[in-house]
Design a protein around this ligand. Structure first.
Ligand SMILES: Nc1ncnc2c1ncn2[C@@H]1O[C@H](COP(=O)(O)OP(=O)(O)OP(=O)(O)O)[C@@H](O)[C@H]1O
Ligand SMILES: [Mg+2]
Length: 299
């Protein structure tokens, strides 16, 4: 029998209001042979939801995440579309039109990102405390030293790291702890959205799942929305409210975890579900077989 639990309780389940609206977003890499890495993506990220983003390597997940945070660099170019952030205070922010200084204030404070391979993103010659402090100081000059230290200690505690680690250098921490510090950094300014791009793939699977479950618990407590990018579809089914599936640059399906698991609409999603042994134990119950040659997938 499958041990995979499809999430049904969803305590932080969204009321349906959008915190980010992506419309017709296309991103092209202007290389010798231009590559349209994201093609006409349209979806809403709901306030407080966990949205899983799945799809095979190279389908455009990281490119999409970067564009939402406007972190894309040449040769990547936004070819069309819009990204609007709906602030808690009622203001709408056209992310793709922000001036540099506004963008600097927006990132981390409103929407933060934990990068693919983030474990190695810390500065090796500065302590954890100094790096958290830098981020706090850069965004909020009104905080004194003591409040900044308290905030840093608090956020480390929340992600399960002893605040004594503020004095540690990254090399003194295990991979799991470094990962947790990066997540603490992303949570530091209490953003309304956190995007995590395969935040823990370099880690032991058990450590990885522990960390992700804790993030979901923090989400329940603090109410931010999370976009999780991972190849681990069984994990997404467990922790996500909704799941988006990408195939060759397109979002081909977006459904609640339960709907996706029980009656996926797109043949590629069904194939993806079947590719996980832990899910396929129940495949007869929800997956029709034989779609691999489906023309819809071959487009
Ligand atoms: N800097 C770049 N220059 C040119 N093409 C790129 C660049 N970065 C990514 N691409 C192309 O864009 C497409 C999408 O890549 P992306 O990294 O977004 O995929 P992904 O879904 O995140 O993959 P993975 O699961 O392996 O992380 C791929 O075809 C890739 O080759
Ligand atoms: Mg990627």
């Amino acid at each position: 029998m499958s041990t995979t639990a499809v999430r049904q309780d969803r305590p932080g389940a969204p009321a349906g209001t959008a915190v980010v609206s992506v419309r017709d977003l296309s991103v092209v890499y202007e290389t010798e042979q231009p590559v349209t890495a994201v093609r006409g993506a349209s979806f809403d990220l709901h306030r407080g939801e966990v949205l899983g983003l799945a799809g095979e390597s190279g389908c455009g997940k990281t490119t999409l995440a970067y564009a939402i945070n406007r972190l894309h660099q040449p040769p990547a170019r936004i070819a069309s579309g819009s990204v609007v952030f709906h602030d808690r205070d009622g203001r709408d922010v056209d992310v793709l039109a922000l001036a540099d200084e506004e963008l600097r204030r927006f990132r981390w404070a409103k929407l933060s990102m934990v990068f693919q391979g983030a474990m190695n993103a810390l500065n090796p010659v500065r302590t954890v405390g100094a790096q958290l402090d830098d981020t706090l100081r850069a965004h909020d000059r009104s905080l004194d030293r003591r409040s900044r230290r308290e905030r840093s200690a608090d956020v480390l505690t929340r992600v399960g790291v002893d605040p004594a680690r503020l004095r540690s250098y990254p090399h003194e921490l295990s991979g799991g702890m470094r990962q947790r510090v990066m997540i603490a950094m992303a949570m530091l300014l209490e953003p309304q959205v956190m995007i995590m791009d395969e935040p823990t793939t370099a880690l032991d699977v058990v450590v990885q799942r522990d960390i992700l479950r804790e993030i979901v618990r923090l989400r329940d407590e603090l109410g931010f929305a999370v976009v999780f990018i991972t190849h681990d579809l069984p994990l997404l089914l467990e922790i996500s409210d909704r799941i988006a599936v990408m195939l060759r640059g397109e979002v081909v399906e977006l459904a609640t975890a339960e709907d996706l698991y029980r009656h996926a609409a797109h043949p590629y999603t069904r194939r993806l579900l079947r590719s996980f042994p832990s899910l396929s134990g129940e495949r007869g119950a929800f997956v029709r077989t034989g779609e691999t040659d489906d023309p819809e997938e071959q487009r």
